[in-house]
Design a protein around this ligand. Structure first.
Ligand code: FES
Length: 149
């Protein structure tokens, strides 16, 4: 097998993904606003753009935690939910700034700690992935025309 090494010219310290999908930021459904313009201004004014990617995303999956943000760095992922206050969104920029300044020693701002949640089911849970019935897509029969999924 030939191994191809891929590289990107867009290496960053970290990435902050803010969801504005079907459930996050939906003020029309009584939820809190996700202040995208303010976040973009913070990224610009504090010179974060070249080092920490700010991404505005569609649904990230855990809609019940509406107003979700995902922080990614070489230290892993931090999932945040139920973000409501301006100060909480501003703390995303604060984290980004700290990642640039301190790298692996960067800490999540205290105001964001209560918003952390686990996104992935642990291997220690009662139902491991190996117990879940799995249809191998390479061995199942193709659907017939007109057949429903
Ligand atoms: S809409 Fe934000 S997680 Fe689904």
């Amino acid at each position: 097998m030939r191994i191809i090494k891929t590289t990107t010219s867009s290496l960053k310290h970290a990435q902050v993904v803010v969801c504005v999908g079907c459930c996050c930021g939906r003020v029309d459904r009584g939820r809190s606003e996700v202040p995208i313009d303010e976040l973009k201004s913070l990224w610009k004014n504090f010179g974060l753009r070249k080092k920490v990617q700010l991404t505005v995303s569609g649904c990230l999956g855990p809609c019940d935690m509406h107003n979700v943000a995902l922080l990614m760095s070489d230290r892993g992922q931090i999932w945040l939910g139920n973000l409501r206050e301006r100060a909480e969104f501003e703390a995303l920029a604060e984290w980004a700034h700290e990642v640039i300044q301190k790298g692996p020693e960067a800490r999540l701002p205290n105001i964001l700690e209560p918003h952390r949640f686990e996104r992935w089911e642990s291997n220690q849970s009662e139902h491991t992935l190996s117990e879940v019935p799995f249809a191998n897509p390479f061995t199942t029969q193709p659907k017939m025309e007109g057949e429903r999924c």
